[in-house]
Design a protein around this ligand. Sequence first.
Ligand SMILES: *[C@@H]1O[C@H](CO)[C@@H](O)[C@H](O)[C@H]1NC(C)=O
Ligand SMILES: *[C@@H]1O[C@H](CO)[C@@H](O)[C@H](O)[C@H]1NC(C)=O
Ligand SMILES: *[C@@H]1O[C@H](CO)[C@@H](O)[C@H](O)[C@H]1NC(C)=O
Length: 420
Amino acid sequence: MGRLPLRVLLPMTVLVLVVAAAAAQDDEYTWPQWKVPLVRKRRTVPLSSPHFSARPQPQLSGMCGIECQRRLPAASLDDLEHFLSYETVYENGSRTYTSVAVEGLNEVTAWPRNVSSRSRQKREVYGTDTRFTISDKHFSTKYPFSTSVKISTGCSGVLVSPKHVLTAAHCIHDGKDYLDGAQKLRVGILKEKSRRGKGERRGGRGKGRRRKEDKEQEEVADKEENGEKGERRGRGKGRRNRSRRSVESEKPSFRWTRVKKTQVPKGWFKGVSGGLNADYDYAVLELKKAPKVKHMDLGVIPSLKKIPAGRIHFSGFDDDRPGNLVYRFCSVSEESNDLVYQYCDAKPGSSGSGVYIRLKEPGKKKWKRKIIGVFTGHQWVDVNGDGTQQDYNVAVRITPLKYAQICYWVNGDTSQCKVA
Ligand SMILES: *[C@@H]1O[C@H](CO)[C@@H](O)[C@H](O)[C@H]1NC(C)=O
Ligand SMILES: *[C@@H]1O[C@H](CO)[C@@H](O)[C@H](O)[C@H]1NC(C)=O
Ligand SMILES: *[C@@H]1O[C@H](CO)[C@@H](O)[C@H](O)[C@H]1NC(C)=O
């Protein structure tokens, strides 16, 4: 049964049993295989340099919410091609516009247009709703937490390739112009400081031991993700006396890397998508230098029922805990085709964080985490289409189409983006 600890297995088993009553096998909780559409470049034209005059926005409001979205007609292919066309801004301030063609949309394994609506709960918080500061310095610089990065405009992001960061569009652009801070955009990666000097430790010493520590840390991450607080510091056999390691008392610090180019979908821009701009609140940054940190793969979000406990995870750099990586998880309360609504605790600063889940790889027992959304922050959502507003924390979900676009941005080539 692999190496899953019992305390992970037990809750899982209960869940599987409950689900099994309604569904068939336990290939529940497996990453679905998606045939994704192709997003292909049509043409790129130069634009004048942006003004970089926008100020960061505290929160979005009046977005078209669940019922509002349900009433809208499905976007036409032309609309989608328009929304997914994008701007690229380079480090030197030059800007281009690229129009795209979308192919094979009909072949996508159908995304239910009418997402099942759970009966509305009044501001109920699902599951545990707390944030954890990842204060263990070794821990915050290890996978999966090490994939979280800070964006110099004050947001968070996630490494989705060796040198690409996924974040929220509003961290770069306010819908009308680029933020002033987007001109010299940088990304901070948490690195453990070492008094032994910057260089890698040479000569394999302690390599096996380090691998073992990595494994332990992953297991602690697993525990946290399964709802157990990992606060077992100082006892338990997993801890060894680390005092001989000279890095003991230092907090990890950011190592900053310049951004070479930024890509933002047109659908995010004011007046383009008719109130659906929140659906396009994502952007990809290409770093000048790969930070040599393991990234997290991109995936396509399955329907809520296929996510254990409907639970999502993300970590970012919340403003109220400066310099610390903050991790949280919670269950999704509602979803639309392009957004998930939840009450994960979050403060400004965490927007742009990569939302991930863990599912099994097909045919394997091993769990794999993938990014399936972008946390976009606290928003007032128009729920009934009659002006009633409700506050939620919102994340953009990575649909097959968005997967196709982001994958294309990251790879510069659609041939690697046919299956998610
Ligand atoms: C800016 O950089 C881009 C990409 O490297 C390049 O194509 C463009 O010509 C540059 N523009 C200027 C004005 O240097
Ligand atoms: C979606 O929901 C609407 C209203 O509830 C219904 O009229 C329509 O037939 C549904 N469409 C699909 C594809 O189920
Ligand atoms: C751990 O190291 C500290 C500092 O050197 C020492 O005082 C302590 O006794 C050690 N603890 C164990 C369990 O070895």
